[in-house]
Design a protein around this ligand. Structure first.
Ligand code: IYR
Length: 234
């Protein structure tokens, strides 16, 4: 009999429904409360960082965070994501040069006045030093469709939602493991597929520099909406 729970990935497209038991031990409410309060406290300290130290970070921490991201739920369990981990300095330099070229056009007017006004409190500009200063870039690609070795294709479903959830989990994992990150979306991002040699079914979703904040790191003075402002209870 074939193993019903293979440890490695196999496509599930068209397979019959064969559920297996899922019976995690139930957590005591007191323990849930302790953990949720602690998690909230920790996550409230997360900030998007644009000024990175060049100090190295343990690679395994980054790999573990990517593993966490890859546990995300996805449309039809198609896991439509690829995480490209870039540490090579020359590659980071190429990405920075291409990103800055596009960003310069954006900040020189392509974004439009309203968008530029929305960005002003964040202090962003076309200089993207974080792309070469952070020791790692995680370039997240969405697999818009499945592309098999023989060139045949299959549709993927809810790709934006699936990859968005995975990136949220990635940012959470990085923060809880003590690393800083930036959700960077150079626009347009078409150059990333080319520079990183990715196949035609993949589309860049975000570039995430990862590292420690620079010693002189500053962040915009922002406030988050309160629970009351984001929650509607019925
Ligand atoms: N992609 C540009 C502009 C930018 C847009 C938004 I919306 C931001 O929250 C931040 C930046 C850049 O990376 O500078």
């Amino acid at each position: 009999m074939t193993d019903p729970h293979p440890a490695t990935w196999t496509p599930i497209h068209g397979r019959p429904y064969r559920p297996v038991p899922y019976r995690p031990a139930r957590m005591a409410p007191e323990e849930s409360l302790r953990r949720s309060a602690e998690l909230r406290r920790q996550m409230e300290t997360r900030r998007t960082v644009r000024m990175f130290s060049t100090d190295p970070v343990p690679e395994q921490v980054v790999l573990d965070a990517i593993s966490v991201a890859a546990t995300a739920p996805s449309g039809a369990h198609q896991q439509p994501w690829t995480f490209v981990l870039v540490s090579d300095a020359e590659m980071r330099q190429r990405i920075r040069a291409a990103a800055e070229q596009e960003e310069q056009i954006s900040y020189d007017g392509r974004l439009g006045e309203e968008w530029l006004a929305a960005l002003r409190p964040l202090g962003t500009d076309a200089v993207k030093a974080h792309l070469t200063e952070a020791p790692y870039l995680i370039v997240v690609f969405q697999q818009r469709f499945q592309l098999d070795d023989d060139g045949s294709t299959h549709k993927h479903y809810y790709v934006d939602e699936s990859v968005g959830i995975a990136v949220g989990m990635l940012l959470t994992a990085l923060h809880l493991a003590g690393l800083a990150a930036l959700t960077h979306t150079p626009s347009p991002m078409g150059f990333l597929r080319e520079v990183l040699g990715r196949p035609r079914n993949e589309k860049a979703f975000a570039v995430i520099p990862v590292g420690y904040p620079a010693d002189d790191c500053v962040v915009p003075d922002l406030r988050r909406k309160s629970l009351e402002q984001v929650l509607v209870r019925l």
